[in-house]
Design a protein around this ligand. Structure first.
Ligand SMILES: Cc1cc2nc3c(=O)[nH]c(=O)nc-3n(C[C@H](O)[C@H](O)[C@H](O)COP(=O)(O)O)c2cc1C
Length: 114
């Protein structure tokens, strides 16, 4: 997790996080919404309906995802530019059968071509 990200700060403060596995059909708008703006300037879930809550009280996405994991931080490793969190899975769910969206698929099929 990049040091300047709000997500890094919140994970360090709370010691927990959820991870959603995006699927290949994820629209660029979802990537842009969560990945290209910071929660320091906007509440990313304020106008984003398709989510639910896990047992740890956190939010996870319910559309364009095939799985979710709730994790408790067991270790954090400072890599300089990034903080690496090692989490123990406390809950997980299978949410669909679509193939997961890899970074390669994002670059090939989702990211707009300039
Ligand atoms: C395709 C894509 C992949 C990304 N991967 C990561 C990542 O692995 N780690 C990370 O810290 N930020 C990653 N980012 C950047 C963050 O999503 C971005 O900095 C975000 O605005 C941080 O929001 P926050 O400040 O609310 O945490 C990625 C962005 C995109 C578009």
């Amino acid at each position: 997790m990049q040091m300047e990200n709000l997500t890094r700060e919140i994970i360090e403060r709370t010691g927990r996080f959820n991870a959603s596995v995006l699927t290949e059909d994820v629209p660029f708008e979802t990537i842009r919404h969560f990945g290209m703006q910071t929660g320091r300037e906007t509440d990313k879930f304020a106008h984003f309906a398709p989510f639910s809550r896990s047992k740890n009280g956190l939010i996870y996405l319910t559309e364009h995802t095939n799985a979710m994991f709730s994790c408790e931080v067991k270790e954090k490793i400072n890599l300089g530019s990034h903080m690496m969190f090692i989490g123990e899975v406390t809950e997980s769910k299978v949410l669909g059968k679509q193939p997961p969206c890899t970074y390669a698929h994002y670059h090939k099929a989702i990211k707009p071509k300039l």
